[in-house]
Design a protein around this ligand. Structure first.
Ligand SMILES: NC(=O)c1ccc[n+]([C@@H]2O[C@H](COP(=O)([O-])OP(=O)(O)OC[C@H]3O[C@@H](n4cnc5c(N)ncnc54)[C@H](O)[C@@H]3O)[C@@H](O)[C@H]2O)c1
Length: 345
């Protein structure tokens, strides 16, 4: 016998939330009761498309559908807490879009509310479900150096937060997932060009075991790129989140050639005619084409029914916020000698 679908709602159906509504509509384990958005035209159009109700507020949702069991919250970050609080307090499971909150102070309150009411709270760090990341999830990586680049042109969205909470937070979450030891130091600098929050940021995280992560994020770039490179004890991995592709150079598959090259270099042999890329054994990663958000919402619904553990729980979402806040603080503390922003724009 199949399970009864879980009554769900999508709150905030703008650029991101509309995809939550679409996927809930598609997933057999969910029954999309309503889309909730202050923009009535937007909510109305989606409700027509998915044959569900449209409502303007969380209060209306709770009044009309007391049976609602789980929701996605994809309103702008600064409203996450206001929307989540009444739901978490009533035991309604919340998947809050990333970043969980705009500050440690607010994130702490969300975590405490969820804990106090024993309510499931997940955070939408969708890159965890990117098939390129999934392809290496069971590798026992011991990262030594991690490099992340995430740049895009300005979208004129998510201006309630800076590039660190908007974009870098994805990389912070992935780095914290991979790291084997506590964070020791954070260095960062950045520039705010179009508003009060930083639009370009560069951060360096140092972990107690010596692992270093270097992250570059920009929402003022002329191209779009989301890349991850990991140098680990076991070899090198390069992932492209956008194209969902990746390759690895495993130590085990290259050890004899590396020894040979090292010996010849030590003997003074001229190897300048050799093509390094022909020499090493490069493997493409086996990556499926599952939509990350579908995998994320499937995990959320499975966590609601107790079939699975939440892959990005409230503590993980909060941990990323904690590091993001440190990065922003370092950017504020950074002193530029004689920088005149007016000359840059
Ligand atoms: N996981 C990802 O990859 C990803 C990508 C983009 C955005 N996001 C996150 O999703 C969230 C929303 O971003 P977006 O780009 O979709 O924003 P958006 O501005 O496109 O959409 C937000 C929607 O929320 C509605 N809204 C605002 N306050 C509301 C309230 N109190 N109740 C009901 N509806 C309300 C607005 O009318 C709007 O339709 C942000 O937290 C953002 O960081 C995540």
């Amino acid at each position: 016998m199949s399970d009864t679908p879980i009554p769900v709602a999508a709150i905030g159906v703008g650029r991101m939330g509309r995809h939550h509504a679409r996927i809930y509509h598609q997933l057999p384990q969910a029954e999309l009761l309503a889309v909730v958005d202050g923009d009535e035209d937007r909510a109305g159009a989606l409700a027509d498309q998915y044959g569900c109700d449209c409502l303007a507020t969380v209060e209306e949702l709770l009044d009309k559908y007391p049976q609602v069991k789980a929701v996605s919250i994809a309103v702008p970050t600064v409203y996450h807490e206001a929307v989540a609080e009444p739901l978490l307090s009533r035991g309604i499971a919340c998947l809050i879009e990333k970043p969980m909150a705009q500050s440690v102070e607010v994130g702490k309150r969300i975590v405490e509310t969820a804990r106090k009411h024993n309510t499931l709270c997940q955070v939408g760090h969708t890159e965890r479900f990117n098939p390129a990341v999934r392809a290496i999830s069971d590798w026992d990586l011991v990262p030594r150096f991690i490099e992340c680049d995430r740049v895009s042109p300005f979208t004129f969205r998510s201006v309630d937060v800076g590039v660190v909470f908007d974009m870098m937070i994805h990389d912070l979450d992935i780095i914290l997932m991979m790291a084997r030891s506590p964070l020791k130091n954070v260095h960062a600098c950045g520039v705010a060009l179009l508003g009060e929050h930083e639009d370009v940021a560069d951060a360096r995280l140092e972990f107690e075991d010596g692992c270093v992560a270097k992250i570059t994020s920009s929402r003022l770039a002329l191209k779009t790129e989301r890349k991850l490179r990991v140098f680990s004890e076991d070899g090198y991995i390069s992932l492209d989140y956008a194209t969902k592709s990746g390759m690895s150079i495993r130590r085990t598959g290259n050890i004899s050639i590396l020894h040979e090259v090292r010996d010849q270099l030590a003997e003074g042999t001229d190897l300048s005619d050799l093509d390094y890329t022909d020499l090493v054994n490069i493997q493409d990663l086996t990556i499926n084409d599952e939509e990350p958000l579908t995998a994320e919402l499937t995990n959320f619904l499975d966590a609601v029914t107790g079939k699975a553990e939440p892959e990005v729980d409230a503590d993980a979402g909060f941990a990323a916020v904690e590091v993001a806040e440190q990065v922003v603080q370092k950017i504020r503390d950074h002193q530029w000698s004689g920088l005149d922003l007016d000359k840059l724009v």
